[in-house]
Ligand binder design. Structure first.
Ligand code: OAD
Length: 261
């Protein structure tokens, strides 16, 4: 694969950045084999969000919703972080503060080794009681056993993900807004940018003066407002970008001081 063309402005801003915020969506994990939500092959082309990803749906048919999340948890447990996730880990060696703000619930950024990850839509590996809020551990293969019940109050256990109509986790959101407001560069990666409030993260970063580049095989709403659009899959663009930055930071042999002087 040929290297991507990155603007001088983006490379200069990244090379001097103290703080970078990366805003990721389902496309980030597409190359790991996790299906995206929108588009011809997306999850929402086959299922209706209101039948699966709302509290109302869960109360109406807990077993169906639980099985659907158990199925997705099983898929996610078999996949691995891709070269894009790993490139973002490598970026931490080059920039003082790298904050990942993700809409993904698949835990792949943390599994890859990123240290600062804000999960705006929750994490499918965690569960809690819908009645009393206590956290609850469940294994991967739980679909056949029915919806687990809380050991404290007997309430139904639900995945710790944000459903339509629910608030984002306040601490994660506040931290994400702070990271965006203090960023020198914002990269949005693999998101259609249509679900709010999450999609305002790049806007907050831009308003605070950050350079914003959008990475996606197809331009979408976020590309319109961005300073730069980089066309391509995350697993190719991000390793390329980090490689270019590493080259920029390696002192050229021509400018090295001569021995003995
Ligand atoms: P979408 O499915 O809406 O968008 C996925 C984006 O990834 C699209 O813009 C694709 O063009 C792009 N894409 C596909 N393959 C890619 C690749 N290999 N590399 C980079 N980009 C690629 O997913 P999100 O934007 O994450 O919310 O969706 C946002 C929210 O909507 C999700 O968090 C979820 C969903 O409903 C909740 O469940 C609350």
């Amino acid at each position: 694969m040929s290297p991507h063309a990155f603007s001088r402005r983006l490379l200069d801003r990244l090379a001097t950045a103290h703080s970078v915020v990366i805003f990721t969506g389902a496309g980030m994990s597409a190359d790991s084999g996790v299906p995206t939500f929108r588009g011809a092959e997306g999850i929402w082309s086959r299922f209706k969000p209101e039948e699966l990803a709302t509290m109302h749906a869960f109360l109406r048919n807990p077993q169906l919703v639980w099985e659907w999340y158990a199925h997705r948890r099983a898929i996610i447990s078999t996949v691995q972080p891709n070269a894009g996730h790993r490139a973002l880990v490598a970026l931490e060696r080059l920039v003082a503060r790298v904050s990942i703000v993700t809409q993904n619930i698949d835990n792949l950024h943390r599994r890859a080794g990123s240290t600062t990850v804000y999960e705006l839509h929750g994490n499918i590996e965690r569960n809690y009681c819908a009645k009393c809020g206590s956290p609850h551990d469940v294994g991967v293969d739980t679909a056949s056993e029915g919806v687990p019940r809380c050991g404290h109050c007997g309430g139904l256990i639900r995945p710790d993900v944000v459903w339509f109509g629910e608030m984002l986790p306040e601490d994660e959101w506040d931290a994400a807004v702070r990271a965006a407001g203090g960023a020198d560069v914002c990269l949005s990666v693999g998101t259609s940018g249509v679900v709010y409030p999450a999609a305002s993260i790049p806007v907050i970063a831009r308003r605070a003066g950050a350079f914003h580049a959008d990475v996606n095989p197809e331009p979408g709403p976020l590309a319109d407002g961005a300073d730069e659009f980089i066309r391509g899959p995350a697993a190719e663009v991000l390793p390329d970008l980090v490689r270019r930055l590493e080259e920029l930071r390696t002192p050229s042999i021509l400018t090295a001081p001569e021995e003995g002087h």
